[in-house]
Design a protein around this ligand. Sequence first.
Ligand code: ACO
Ligand code: ZN
Length: 166
Amino acid sequence: GTGSAATGNGGVVIRKARLEDIPRVIVINRVTLPENYPEWFWRDHLEKWGEAFFVAEVDGKVVGYVMSRVEYGAPNIAKGMLVKKGHIVSIAVLEGYRRRGIGTALMKAAIEALRERYGCKEVYLEVRVSNEPAIKLYEKLGFRKVRVIPMYYLDGEDAYLMAKEL
Ligand code: ACO
Ligand code: ZN
């Protein structure tokens, strides 16, 4: 990509997030996921890894986001002792806009940026073991379940760590 906004199917635009999108992104996160974060956390990710933080717009309205970060450490699946890893921290699409490919488009944009802009050798994430929609989406994109992280969530649910080599 060139970094400019790209129009997908159904008038969906995927573009990089901006500072003024953060309040709306926080609202979408709060209505879609139990994992919520303070405003500084979102701003910090935008400031540090803004090339891999995207929003989806429909009719000029933000309806989804994906936020990532870059870490350096032991790989989950890539080869090597220490590698750059892209970490998908949070992704969500508002309920009325799902099953239109928006989640896929957001993930593809983040993965491409993590590889091309940041030189990541793998991308990984955690997901609730019960979250079938998200797990299906990730598997379609080539992610594999690497391991279970017991009691990862505050309510005691386990997570799958899923990863994809870049
Ligand atoms: N049931 C079964 N499969 C599903 C479902 C579902 N409800 N939703 C998506 N999928 C699978 C399908 O294979 C789908 O392809 P298809 O529609 O051709 O069958 C594929 O995923 C891609 O779907 P998209 O339309 O690209 O995804 P969508 O825009 O609906 O967004 C998302 C998916 C982000 C998981 C959405 O359901 C959501 O926001 N859920 C609530 C928040 C959430 O769980 N986020 C992930 C938490 S983990 C993390 O953030 C790292
Ligand atoms: Zn995580």
